[in-house]
Design a protein around this ligand. Structure first.
Ligand code: HGY
Ligand code: MN
Ligand code: MN
Length: 418
C-alpha cells in the first residue's frame, strides 16, 4: 500500500494522472518492466485495495459487487436517490499504458472529492465503477463486468478458463451469483466515462478534449486452422498441409478485405498461437483471433462475411481444417443526444472548443447503454498511442477534463432539478 495513497499530494487532474502512474508498477502490475493487470489477478486485487482507500478518502461508501467490480457511492441530497454512474476499467492489456481505463476512474474520484470538499449534495447520487474486465486480456471474453452490471451477459459465458487453465469460478468470483451485480434502469440517471482518445484526432487539431458521439460496432472471432504436423527436413513442399502458412495467408486476406473497403472499417489479428511450436516441425495447428470494427454495423457484418469466405477458400485450396467461432458481437453504441449537448455546454463553459468524434475503441459505456443514457469525454493522448507503454496524457489535459466533468455534473443537476 502506498503511504497515504496520495502521490504528489496534488489534487484534481494532476493527482488523477499521478495515481494512474502509481498503479502502473508492481504490486499493481503482474509483469516486471511494464503494466499487465489481468482481471482477478494478484495485481488486480492489490490495485482495488489501493483504489478503495482513495474512494473512501473522497467521501464515498465502498463495496465490491458480485462481479468483483469496485463501486463507490457518494449520496445525493436525499439518501437512496438515483445515481449518475461514472466509470471505466481497472484491468489492462498486456504491456499496456497506464491511463487506458484508470484515468476515467481517477477523474471520477476527483469529481467526488471536489464535491465532498465543497459540501455539495446533488439531486442524484454519484457512483464510481472501477470495472474489472473490459480488455478481455486474461479470460477469452471481453467486457464481462460491465455486461454483468448491464444485464446483457449470459451465465454460460462464465464457463471460461485463462491460458493457465484457471477457471473464472476459481479466480475469486462465484458464477452462481455473478449476475447479482446487475443494476436496474430505474436506479440510474446516466453513465459518464472519461477516457483517453487512443487516436490522433484531438492532438492533430490542437484540442485537449472532445465529446464522443458513439462507439463503433465490434465482432471478435477465434479461428482454428488444422493441418498436418510433420518433419521439416523430410516432408516435400507439395505434400505439406502447413497450418501456419495457411493461417498467414488468412491473416493477409483479412487485412486486404479491410484495406479494400477504404472506410472506417478495421480488421486486426492480435493473437496467434502455433502448435506444436518447434523449429523442425511443420505446424499442425494454429489458433488466431480476428477483431472487426466499424461505426456502421452493416459494413462491419458485410466485411466479416467477406473475410470468413476468404478463410474458407484458402482452407479448401490448402486442404486445411477451419473452425471460426464468434467470441463477441458488440453493436454500435450511440451516446445520448441530450447528454452530448450537456457535454458540449460544459466544454464551452470551461473555455474549451467543442469537437465531436466517434470512438473506434470499445468502452464499458457501450454496455451501460443497455440500461441508461451514456456520455463520454475524450482526452488527448500523445501521438494517439495506446495499448502501448508509450501511452501518455498531460496533467493539464486531465485537469481540463475534470473541470468539464464537474460542469457536466452541474448541468445534469440543473436539468434534473428543472
Ligand atoms: O478493444 C478495445 O477497443 C478496448 O480497448 N478494449
Ligand atoms: Mn479502455
Ligand atoms: Mn483498451
Amino acid at each position: 500500500m502506498v503511504a497515504n495513497g496520495n502521490p504528489a499530494d496534488a489534487s484534481g487532474g494532476a493527482r488523477a494522472v499521478a495515481r494512474c502512474d502509481l498503479l502502473g508498477v508492481p504490486p499493481f502490475s503482474d509483469m516486471e518492466g511494464g503494466l499487465y493487470r489481468g482481471y482477478l489477478s494478484p495485481a488486480y486485487w492489490a490495485a482495488q485495495d489501493q483504489l478503495a482507500q482513495w474512494f473512501e478518502q473522497a467521501g464515498m461508501a465502498v463495496r465490491r459487487d458480485e462481479a468483483a467490480n469496485l463501486v463507490g457511492r457518494y449520496e445525493g441530497a436525499k439518501p437512496g436517490a438515483k445515481a449518475l454512474i461514472i466509470g471505466s476499467h481497472l484491468d489492462s492489456v498486456r504491456d499496456g499504458g497506464f491511463y487506458d481505463g484508470p484515468l476515467g476512474i481517477m477523474l471520477g474520484v476527483e469529481c467526488v472529492a471536489a464535491l465532498d470538499k465543497a459540501g455539495t449534495r446533488l439531486p442524484f447520487a454519484i457512483e464510481i465503477y472501477a470495472f474489472g474486465d473490459e480488455e478481455g486480456s486474461r479470460f477469452p471474453a471481453a467486457m464481462l463486468t460491465s455486461r454483468a452490471v448491464a444485464g446483457t451477459l449470459q451465465s454460460d459465458e462464465l464457463a471460461i478458463a485463462d491460458a493457465d487453465g484457471i477457471m473464472l469460478a476459481d479466480a475469486g468470483v462465484d458464477p452462481a451469483h455473478y449476475m447479482d451485480a446487475g443494476r436496474s434502469a430505474d436506479e440510474i440517471i446516466a453513465y459518464l466515462e472519461a477516457h483517453i482518445e487512443q487516436g490522433p484526432v484531438l492532438e492533430a487539431e490542437g484540442l485537449a478534449l472532445g465529446t464522443v458521439t458513439g462507439i463503433a460496432a465490434q465482432l471478435r472471432y477465434r479461428v482454428s486452422v488444422s493441418g498436418m504436423a510433420g518433419h521439416a527436413g523430410t516432408t516435400a513442399m507439395r505434400l505439406r498441409r502447413d497450418a501456419l502458412a495457411g493461417a498467414a495467408a488468412m491473416v493477409l486476406a483479412a487485412e486486404q478485405v479491410a484495406r479494400d473497403d477504404n472506410s472506417d472499417l478495421v480488421a486486426t489479428v492480435g493473437m496467434l498461437d502455433v502448435r506444436p511450436g518447434a523449429p523442425n516441425v511443420i505446424p499442425g495447428a494454429v489458433t488466431f483471433t480476428i477483431d472487426i470494427r466499424s461505426g456502421d454495423k452493416t459494413r462491419r457484418d458485410r466485411a466479416a462475411d467477406a473475410i470468413l469466405a476468404r478463410l474458407a477458400e484458402i482452407a479448401a485450396v490448402r486442404e486445411l481444417g477451419l473452425e471460426s467461432t464468434l467470441v463477441h458481437d458488440l453493436p454500435p453504441s450511440p451516446c445520448d443526444p441530450a447528454l452530448m449537448e450537456l457535454m458540449d455546454a460544459a466544454l464551452e463553459g470551461a473555455g474549451q472548443p467543442v469537437r465531436r468524434l466517434v470512438s473506434g475503441a470499445g468502452h464499458d459505456a457501450m454496455n451501460m447503454a443497455a440500461i441508461c443514457p451514456t456520455a463520454m469525454l475524450f482526452i488527448r493522448c500523445r501521438n494517439g498511442i495506446s495499448h502501448n507503454p508509450a501511452e501518455h496524457v498531460e496533467p493539464a489535459d486531465a485537469e481540463a477534463a475534470l473541470s468539464v466533468m464537474l460542469g457536466f455534473i452541474q448541468r445534469l443537476g440543473e436539468s434534473v432539478a428543472d
